[in-house]
Design a protein around this ligand. Structure first.
Ligand code: HGY
Ligand code: MN
Ligand code: MN
Length: 421
């Protein structure tokens, strides 16, 4: 009976559109940076939907929200999760699709009268993006236990705001305990847009995600001497901006030299005093290095730091740095990847295996339970961009693959539910 179950794609599209209006940007796209008013409003909307579906809603100390549908037996739930915070120029789908598809799975089971042996949970984790408060995947790291709650609460944002204060301010400092011991999970599944070009270029509908590449985020602060742009001879300059510029070019050359999955990005840069006629005495910038190969990622980090030291010495700069995030590559349990591939094929969709270039909560949940991911294509491979787009057919296909992978894990109770759909 449950083999015939299918999600209601139009209902899922409608929720995506509605959530996309919260923090919506002129001309399209979304800005719901973690723990801002817009994030609060998005949270309130999704919690409201969870309650309408009869889920028992739990909010923990870092603001993770978990809605639980009881199973015929108590015990660790099967969890569907992702995030609803976005980058400053976010799209409708990054994170949001995974959470709202989870609600769609629940509503599809309710409509069909299908009970499940295990409880089924739908979660959104706080601050997956890490764009305002580093590191990314912060909420799932606290949920799993590898990041202490008080350390996370003490984090300061790029705007100087203390995370704990912001969490209190938006009313999501919950009482539910954090850590894997207090929150056993039987298995975790996440539907996400690929955010890269592979599925789109190959015309494949479903990605069976094999794992997530390693991530290294470092913030550098170079200090030189501000001086007059017109009177200071080049040989006497200590130009902090020069270091930033050289590193931007260097990391691109490094990625080209390494090839393979190596990527490198200087995404944020601020110069002080940031004036046309003053040699900058400070440059603060971030470097994002990623690779599926752990050893190559370490080599890229080593080369970067050696280059920074070389330029700092030549220019007479002081340089400090701090790690914002560091994740080793993750490989998902083979059985979870096999299941996604098999279910996609059974449902008649084209499918291929691939690693994730983006970080996801699933890579953290894989530390505490079997975790798997389903990808759907991103048009043009665009993401972290207001033009992010995934067509309704692919969204529906991905949600159906999620539904049936989760059904296998959560075990429908025999005889429950109406015949056929
Ligand atoms: O940066 C990432 O990969 C994710 O979007 N947090
Ligand atoms: Mn995401
Ligand atoms: Mn993202």
């Amino acid at each position: 009976m449950s083999d015939e179950l299918r999600v209601d794609g139009r209902r899922l599209d409608a929720r995506l559109e509605r959530l996309g209006q919260v923090g919506g940007l002129e001309g399209g796209g979304v800005c719901r940076l973690a723990l801002t008013d817009a994030d609060r409003d998005g949270r309130d909307l999704v919690v409201g939907w969870m309650r309408e579906l009869g889920l028992e809603v739990r909010i923990d100390g870092i603001g993770n929200v978990v809605g639980v549908r009881a199973g015929s037996e108590a015990g660790p739930p099967v969890m569907i999760g992702s995030h609803i915070d976005t980058v400053r120029t976010g799209g409708l789908y990054d994170g949001n699709l995974g959470v709202l598809a989870g609600l769609e799975v629940v509503e599809t089971l309710i409509d069909a009268g299908v009970e499940t042996r295990r409880p089924l949970a739908v979660a959104f984790f706080t601050n997956e993006e890490g764009a305002r408060f580093a590191p990314d995947m912060m909420g799932s790291l606290v949920f799993q236990g590898d990041l202490p709650l008080d350390e996370a609460l003490a984090t300061r944002g790029i705007d100087g705001a203390p995370l704990g204060d912001e969490l209190q301010r938006i009313g999501y400092a919950g009482a539910a305990p954090v850590g894997a011991a207090a929150n056993p999970v039987h298995a975790y599944m996440e539907l996400h847009v690929e955010q890269g070009p592979v599925l789109d270029i190959e015309g494949v509908t479903i990605g069976a995600v094999e794992g997530v590449q390693g991530i290294s985020w470092t913030e550098f602060t170079a200090t030189g001497v501000s001086n007059h742009a017109g009177t200071t001879p080049t040989r006497l300059r200590h130009d902090a901006g020069l270091l930033a510029g050289r590193v931007i070019a260097f990391v691109r050359e490094l990625a080209v030299e390494f090839g393979g999955d190596q990527v490198a990005t200087v995404g944020s840069l601020e110069l002080k005093p940031n004036l046309v006629n003053v040699i900058p005495n400070q440059a603060r910038f971030t470097v994002d290095l990623r690779n599926t190969d752990a050893e190559r990622l370490r080599e890229a980090e080593r080369r970067l730091f050696a280059f920074v030291d070389e330029i700092a010495a030549a220019e007479g700069l002081q340089v400090s740095h701090r790690a914002l995030a560091r994740f080793e590559p993750v490989v998902f349990q083979a059985e979870m990847v096999d299941r996604v591939e098999r279910v996609a094929r059974t449902l008649g969709h084209s499918v291929r295996r691939l690693p994730s270039g983006a970080g996801h909560d699933a890579q953290i949940m894989a530390r505490m339970c079997p975790a798997g991911m389903v990808f759907v294509p991103s048009a043009g491979g665009i993401s972290h961009n207001v033009r992010e787009y995934t067509c309704s057919e692919d969204i529906e296909a991905g949600a159906n693959v999620l539904l049936h992978t989760v059904l296998e894990l959560v075990e429908p109770v025999a005889g429950a539910g109406r015949e056929g759909i």
